[in-house]
Design a protein around this ligand. Structure first.
Ligand SMILES: Nc1ncnc2c1ncn2[C@@H]1O[C@H](COP(=O)(O)OP(=O)(O)O)[C@@H](O)[C@H]1O
Ligand SMILES: [Mg+2]
Length: 377
């Protein structure tokens, strides 16, 4: 079935529903070693058709290597890679229905915008006039009309980025791979391109696999994020799932700020804080854990006063007005807790340093991760 689709992308597969259920990209126990470095460590992954998927993690965690193996620029040491239901292990990049946009853009300096984009089609054997329509349409989609005759050096960074994108999309690959494609742009343009890329992906419904170390970028753009650490996936989920219920301290700390308080599982829905009260949590977040754990709460989910079920008291050690919110650091028996209080009303007075504060939060706002403390020696 995939062979049929690969030969004639326009022809509908015999069973459209079944075809849609096959993930566009599938990695099965993929490991990549460079001498004694394990860059990717028995990683398994499925990327649904038509989705915007992000690989997120710190520098050196194996994102680029994973992307390069999907693209065919590296071969796995172990494991298998599928595009649709077709195994592609061993196939060179040009035999895979995948294109890549690199951070460096890799445009041809001597070719104008139109010819740079047309190159994407020529490489697939589309000749002369047949390229005119698709190139025009793609330049429209990425917002480059009127700049067809310019050379790359006559374009801004953001415009060069669009040319690279148009060239990679013009022959409608099954999957587009993007390796930190916005890394060279300044912050304002990067924010704008994040939204544009997402809109383009939504329009053309091609699967995007986007590599980034920027958690905000991944959360802004992706339907699903795989958080990588040390060549493995720590957690895979929607931005909301990863932020609201991180499974590990690494994920909690990589996506935003969180308070982690040591404790011990007391029952199906409670954790006894080591130096504080019993806190109530949803049974799902305990996920069968027992013994030492850490209880997590995001700073904006804590309110001042005892209005919620989980209560902790302390004293303000720092208070900073940051416009939309006031940030407090509160010293409690369980350690220092960061709290963000929204400045929703004008003229609200901040609690001064040294004053006593009662903090509370709901069970639903609480997550649980494995203990972050070293075993006592
Ligand atoms: N060609 C290579 N030769 C040797 N080591 C490599 C090579 N490519 C990547 N690595 C190593 O593999 C690990 C993962 O690298 P990479 O996939 O580039 O990470 P990321 O893109 O997440 O920053 C790093 O330790 C890196 O030094
Ligand atoms: Mg990289």
């Amino acid at each position: 079935m995939s062979a049929v689709r690969d030969q004639s992308p326009a022809g509908a597969p015999p069973d459209a529903a079944a075809a849609a259920a096959i993930p566009d990209v599938r990695l099965v126990d993929v490991t990549k070693r460079f001498d004694d470095v394990v860059a990717v460590d028995s990683l398994s992954l499925e990327i649904p058709r038509g989705s915007f998927f992000a690989l997120l993690g710190p520098s050196g965690c194996g994102k680029t290597t994973t992307l390069r193996m999907i693209g065919g620029f590296e071969e796995p040491t172990e494991g298998a890679i599928f595009l649709g239901d077709r195994p592609v292990t061993g196939l060179p990049p040009y035999r895979r229905d995948v294109n890549t946009v690199f951070q460096s853009y890799a445009l041809f300096p001597h070719l104008n915008v139109r010819d740079n984009v047309a190159f994407g089609l020529r490489r697939k054997g589309v000749k002369g006039k047949d390229a005119v329509g698709p190139v025009k349409e793609m330049l429209h989609i990425v917002g480059l009309e009127g700049l067809e005759g310019r050379k790359p050096r006559q374009l801004s960074g953001g415009q060069q980025q669009r040319v690279a994108l148009a060239r990679a999309l013009v022959n409608s690959p099954r999957v587009l791979l993007l390796d930190e494609p916005l890394g060279a742009l300044d912050l304002k343009l990067r924010k704008q391109m994040q939204l544009e890329l997402k809109a383009i992906q939504h329009d053309i419904e091609i699967t995007f696999v986007h590599v980034t170390h920027d958690q905000e970028e991944a959360m802004t753009m992706a339907d699903q994020i795989a958080v990588m650490n040390g060549g493995r996936i720590e957690q895979l989920g929607t931005p909301t799932e990863l932020y609201e219920t991180p499974n590990t301290a690494f994920v909690a700390g990589f996506l935003g700020v969180s308070n982690l308080i040591p404790g011990m599982v007391a029952s199906e829905g409670t954790v006894q804080l080591r130096r504080g009260p019993l806190v109530h949590v949803s049974p799902e977040v305990i996920r069968g854990r027992s013994g030492d754990v850490a209880v997590g709460i995001r700073p904006e989910k804590i309110e001042l006063g005892d209005g919620q079920q989980n209560v902790l008291s302390g004293r303000v050690v720092e208070s900073a007005y940051v416009g939309v919110a006031t940030q407090y650091i509160v010293e409690t028996p369980c350690g220092r807790i960061t709290v963000y209080v929204q400045n929703a009303r004008a003229g609200s007075e901040a609690a001064p340093v040294g004053s006593a504060l009662t903090l509370s939060w709901s069970p639903e706002a609480t997550f649980v991760v494995d203990s972050t403390e070293e075993e006592p020696a």
